[in-house]
Design a protein around this ligand. Structure first.
Ligand SMILES: NC(=O)c1ccc[n+]([C@@H]2O[C@H](COP(=O)([O-])OP(=O)(O)OC[C@H]3O[C@@H](n4cnc5c(N)ncnc54)[C@H](OP(=O)(O)O)[C@@H]3O)[C@@H](O)[C@H]2O)c1
Length: 223
């Protein structure tokens, strides 16, 4: 997909991978709608911020209604927003569990169902889900986060099979440790962290592949 004048929606555009990705997409000539709670520090004529709390279904439907008022079609959806709460199972409250699953998994489902009907009609479109290596392998203290990211990978794989016959590409990218505020909050110690700009570039390169090429899963680790 040539990104010039394409319409992209990026969730979690206010920091880390989502902010770098929004900047990279704008450099490529795309129009970017960023869905998040905090206003992104991005001033570009083709960037539009829609304040959205992705844990609220009503906010998500309102955001996509606003996008449809200004854009004829959505070419790219990146379900990137994520939240992590880590700790032992006996201290993990049902509320914390629901919050992690809500943003990392349910919001991806809700955003995806907003874009799929139009993508089916246009017989094109790309959906990228930002999962994690924690969605490939469990780790101590990560029950909720790993469950959400394993879930997102399962969602992606099933969705990929469902939508490929409509010309819609679905890809899950699974980064390892990446140098963002999220990583710091997670309290995980890792001497090696990737630059979020690199993750953004990998996503953009994947999206830019010819429309008849489908990369359905990517795992990226620091060497
Ligand atoms: N950093 C890593 O090591 C790493 C590794 C693998 C995967 N990931 C994944 O990469 C994705 C991006 O994370 P990051 O590392 O870039 O972290 P980050 O800098 O903390 O960014 C997280 C983004 O998610 C948004 N978000 C969180 N809760 C939200 C909510 N309720 N409503 C709307 N937006 C919400 C935040 O926006 P607001 O706060 O403005 O709402 C923010 O823009 C996440 O899915 C994360 O799980 C990260």
């Amino acid at each position: 997909m040539n990104l010039q004048n394409r319409i992209a929606v990026v969730t979690g555009a206010s920091s880390g991978i989502g902010l770098c990705l929004s900047e990279t997409l704008l450099e490529k000539g795309a129009v970017v709608y960023g869905l998040c709670r905090r206003e992104p520090t991005l001033s570009h004529e083709s960037f539009r911020w829609i304040r959205t709390d992705l844990s609220l279904a009503g906010d998500i439907s309102h955001a996509f209604r606003s996008i449809r008022e200004g854009a004829l079609q959505i070419d790219l959806l990146v379900n990137n927003a994520g939240s992590g709460l880590f700790g032992n199972i006996d201290t993990l409250t049902p509320e914390a569990w629901a919050a992690v699953i809500g943003v990392n998994l349910t919001a991806a489902f809700l955003c995806t169902r907003e874009v799929v009907p139009q993508m089916k009609l246009q017989r094109s479109g790309t959906i990228v889900n930002v999962a994690s290596v924690a969605g490939k392998r469990g780790f101590k203290g990560g029950t909720a986060y790993c469950a959400s990211k394993f879930g997102l990978n399962g969602f992606s794989e099933a969705l990929m099979e469902e939508l490929r016959e409509y010309g819609i590409r679905v890809c899950a990218i699974n980064p390892g440790s990446t140098d963002t505020a999220f990583f710091d909050r997670a309290g995980i110690s890792s001497p090696k962290r990737m630059d979020p700009n690199q993750i953004a570039r990998i996503i953009v390169q994947t999206v830019e592949l010819p429309d008849d090429i489908l990369v359905d899963q990517i795992v990226v680790r620091p060497l």
